[in-house]
Design a protein around this ligand. Structure first.
Ligand SMILES: Cc1cc2nc3c(=O)[nH]c(=O)nc-3n(C[C@H](O)[C@H](O)[C@H](O)COP(=O)(O)O)c2cc1C
Length: 348
């Protein structure tokens, strides 16, 4: 793990109330999937190419047409105001300063329109489809109007996974910042928690529904099988994100690193493949890229960065990960992302 991650984690631990730290850190069930996620990237080794001109290394790429300066994006996570008073404004500012893509959660603690107005770089909107489809539609339309350039449909959360460490988190969040995007559309006195509960009946047809109402590409997050990735593409998705939700949904789910090759092979270049879960260094990112991902996302480490130093912390984290990636790419003989292919990795 990169030193800055450890420093920021320690800083976050010292500034955050224990129940907030636990809410962010928690995994579901016995936390087996959470525990395995970082270690699973270590199951691969790199096969460097000698004698390649790596005097300058470029990390620049395009994700669904958006130019970014690195293949490292910010995963959607809920309630940034628990981490820092500047909340999602700080996160989107830090992301833009580093030239990275930001994915805003449905469960943000800053209004979508405010985040869109503050965004100086590309951002996507993560959708939780709620029981009330009209409400979901209003939230999605707000994101489209605010400038989101793609939708990330989270497909692994029909119900929120049970976490033993979590229980008291609502206390820490003032009511007006809790589920703010949903609350805006509710009748006075309606229960935001109930209205925001995910609809467990969503299925592959939901992809087309979201694409139709938004006019945006839809990427499905939480895909851990090649066959399901193909079903998503056939149903109109622009891509998939290989993810087990940071070990917060189905405990004992497979680590992203181990199923990434299967998903990449099944997709076969028909759509974008991204991956998250336990990414903590440039070498982890390089392994993911070599296995065929176009980019990775980072979740908890951004929350620790935000808690430790707001926008500057987020920028510092992303820049450090980018620099580390450029360094290991140079040592592996890859001067740009086009030179990264599967021959760079082997199973340990
Ligand atoms: C505190 C927390 C909140 C999260 N909230 C969301 C969310 O609102 N929507 C979503 O699709 N994923 C959510 N996730 C999952 C992340 O998008 C991502 O898949 C995961 O954190 C990646 O693993 P990492 O934390 O090891 O980097 C959340 C994760 C954490 C830790």
């Amino acid at each position: 793990v990169l030193p800055v991650l450890t420093t920021q984690l320690d800083a976050a631990r010292s500034v955050l109330p224990a129940e907030v730290f636990d809410y962010y850190a928690a995994g579901s069930g016995d936390e087996l999937t959470l525990d395995e996620s970082a270690a699973s990237w270590l199951r691969y080794r790199l096969r460097p190419r000698a004698l390649r001109d790596v005097s300058s290394v470029s990390l620049a790429t395009r994700l669904l047409g958006e130019e970014v300066s690195m293949p490292i994006a910010i995963a959607p996570t809920a309630f940034h105001r628990l981490a820092h008073p500047d909340a999602e404004i700080a996160t989107v500012t830090g992301a833009a300063a580093a030239g990275a893509l930001f994915v805003l959660s449905t469960r943000s603690s800053t209004r979508i329109a405010e985040v869109g107005a503050a965004a100086a770089g590309p951002w996507w909107f993560q959708v939780y489809v709620m029981h009330d489809r009209a409400l979901t539609e209003k939230v999605v339309r707000t994101a489209v109007d605010a400038g989101a350039s793609a939708l990330v449909l989270t497909g692994d959360t029909p119900f929120v996974g049970r976490k033993r460490k979590v229980g008291r988190v609502r206390i820490a969040l003032p009511d007006d910042h809790f589920l703010v995007n949903v609350r805006d559309h509710l009748a006075p006195g309606a229960d935001g928690q109930i209205a925001a509960a995910q609809d467990p009946s969503i299925d592959l047809q939901t992809i087309e529904w979201l694409a139709g109402l938004s006019g945006l590409p839809v990427i499905v997050k939480g895909v851990l099988r090649g066959d399901v990735a193909v079903e998503c593409l056939d149903a109109g998705a622009a891509g998939v994100i290989v993810s087990n939700h940071g070990g917060r949904q189905l405990d004992r789910a497979v680590p992203s690193a181990l199923v990434l090759p299967e998903v990449v092979d099944a997709v076969g270049g028909r759509g974008l493949v991204m991956v998250d879960g336990g990414i903590g260094s440039g070498a982890d990112v390089l392994v993911a890229l070599a296995l065929g991902a176009s980019a990775v996302m980072v979740g908890r480490s951004v929350l620790w960065a935000l808690a430790s130093a707001g926008a500057a912390g987020v920028q510092e984290l992303l820049s450090a990960l980018g620099e580390d990636l450029a360094h290991v790419m140079a040592l592996a003989g890859a001067k740009d992302l086009a030179s990264v292919d599967r021959s760079l990795v082997t199973r340990a």
